[in-house]
Ligand binder design. Structure first.
Ligand code: FAD
Ligand code: NDP
Length: 426
């Protein structure tokens, strides 16, 4: 059996939701578009899973965070898709793709053909087994990638008797989930191999601020080592984490955030890959002219960096998705995406934004003993990156704007002295 659509979006995450919105804005006709997703719900704002979803009081629940509420856009509920004649094929995994024949085969045995395909399959959470550990399937070990994981995490944390939670990983998931677990009154220990939190982005000075803040909330850190094995109870629950340094940490639950891998396997050997993703041009088009890739799986030319990069962040998913749709529906009017990399996070009462690239020398500014501080990165005498914690909308907009302009910086001392005023003066 089979069905045919003009446009197929493979994957039902953030990029899919924003692409659907853009298709409707550009006049897609009823019956032309379908979204195939392994998840059982319509596209939603994934960042909510590690923030509002985990709150003990008034937690965020669907339908409140369907796309595109994250950018104050219309909330695309399942009814919205129906109203616009968009077929949502949910709970359906695509198990193979044939880009020559322009077909997808679902695990339910249906063949779906397309004229244009947008690949938006996102990433999967890396499992501890990939690092040589066993125990991911224990009932008190959690990951967080999709709604099902978030539901499970809430159940585990609510029924966690001893209240000792070990967070493995000091990246985004580790930081955001550790904060959520503390808010849920668990005793949290974070274990990670690096010397500081979010070491790929944070400077030592920035990391120290967040580490002090976390410690003031009761979080303990075990840095510079990694989990080596688990101890299990007779009913298969993890009871302790054994670390590579030989120590043992008792655990009533474990949350793992040790990185993500893009879901590209359906297209390996069929599309050109780069940096672990599907290589696309500035219109999000792959080497096969009918196939576009967006979001976490896309390796796109980022003009700002002057090279191809993959970006595993929500703003890139939203913007690359909209751009792909524009390029498909109005190819002549659509140029190359000129994307300014943007990441953000919110934990406890804190909130930061980062724009650009953290290359070169970091120049810190503001009150690290207070609530508003930040850093600029200067590379080859150009300001190329900006970080700000605790800014107002106007201040965040200002650092975005100044970073996009990459101004010439003559004197790092003067930049440090001016601090946020430098961005606000542009
Ligand atoms: P996803 O949103 O991951 O969607 C991929 C979809 O494809 C899923 O529905 C999946 O089930 C489906 N799929 C995959 N393979 C198949 C298949 N074979 N068949 C059918 N369906 C398939 N970024 C930020 O910038 N700020 C944040 O605060 C932030 N918070 C985050 C919090 C969490 C918990 C997570 C996991 C990520 C967060 N991110 C954040 C990252 C951001 O959410 C991702 O970069 C973004 O979701 C990528 O969008 P995407 O559409 O490419 O992939
Ligand atoms: P990250 O890559 O951010 O962090 C993984 C962390 O785990 C790194 O600090 C890594 O160290 C560490 N690690 C690796 N192996 C081990 C190990 N064996 N034991 C302990 N720690 C280990 O991935 P996350 O899992 O945090 O996030 C998954 C995805 O979700 C990413 O795409 C991320 O961008 C996205 N996300 C983004 C958010 C945001 O932008 N606010 C929020 C939540 C998720 P090392 O660097 O040395 O490998």
């Amino acid at each position: 059996m089979g069905r045919a659509f003009v446009y197929v979006i493979l994957g039902g995450g953030v990029a899919a939701g924003y692409a659907a919105d853009e298709f409707v804005k550009r006049g897609v006709l009823r019956g032309q578009l379908c979204i195939i997703s392994e998840e059982h719900v319509a596209p939603y704002e994934r960042p909510a899973l590690s923030k509002g979803y985990l709150l003990p009081e008034a937690p965020a629940r669907l339908p409140s965070f369907h796309c595109c509420v994250g950018t104050s856009g219309e909330r695309l509920t399942p009814e919205w898709y129906k109203e616009h004649g968009i077929e949502l094929i949910l709970g359906t995994r695509v198990q193979s793709a044939d880009v020559k024949r322009k077909t997808l085969l679902t695990a339910k045995g249906e063949t779906i053909s397309y004229k244009y395909l947008i690949v938006a399959t996102g990433s999967r959470a890396m499992k501890l087994e990939e690092f040589g550990l066993k125990g991911s399937d224990a009932s008190n070990v959690c990951y967080l990638r999709d709604l099902a994981d978030a539901e499970r995490l809430v159940n585990v944390l609510q029924s966690c008797d001893g209240r000792n939670a070990i967070v493995i990983g000091g990246g985004y998931i580790g930081m955001e989930c550790a904060a959520a677990l503390v808010i849920n009154k668990l005793n949290v220990t974070m274990v990670f191999p690096e010397v500081r939190l979010l070491s790929r982005l944070f400077t030592p000075k920035i990391a120290r601020y967040y580490e002090d803040f976390y410690q003031s909330k009761g979080v303990k850190f075990i840095k510079g080592t990694a989990a080596a094995s688990f101890d299990f109870s007779s009913d298969g629950q993890v009871t302790a984490v054994n670390l590579r340094d030989g120590s043992k940490v008792p655990a009533d639950m474990v949350l793992v955030g040790v990185g993500a891998r893009p879901n590209t396997s359906l297209f390996e050997g069929q599309l050109t890959m780069e940096k672990g993703g599907i290589k696309v041009d500035g219109k999000m088009q792959s080497n096969n002219s009918s196939v576009y890739a967006v979001g976490d799986v896309a390796a796109l030319p980022v003009k700002f960096f002057g090279e191809i990069r993959r970006l595993e962040h929500v703003d890139a998913a939203r913007k690359s998705a909209r751009h792909a749709v524009a390029a498909i529906m109005e190819p002549r009017k659509t140029g190359q995406l000129d994307y300014l990399p943007f990441f953000y996070s919110r934990v406890f009462t804190l909130s930061w934004q980062f724009y650009g690239d953290n290359a070169g020398e970091a120049v810190h500014f503001g009150e690290f003993s207070g609530t508003t501080f930040g850093a600029y990165w200067v590379d080859n005498s150009r300001l190329v990156g900006s970080f700000l914690e605790g800014g107002s909308k106007e201040e965040f907009d200002a650092i975005a704007q100044v970073t996009r302009l990459k101004p010439f910086i003559k004197d790092l001392g003067e930049l440090e002295r001016q601090g946020l005023e430098f961005a606000l003066s542009f």
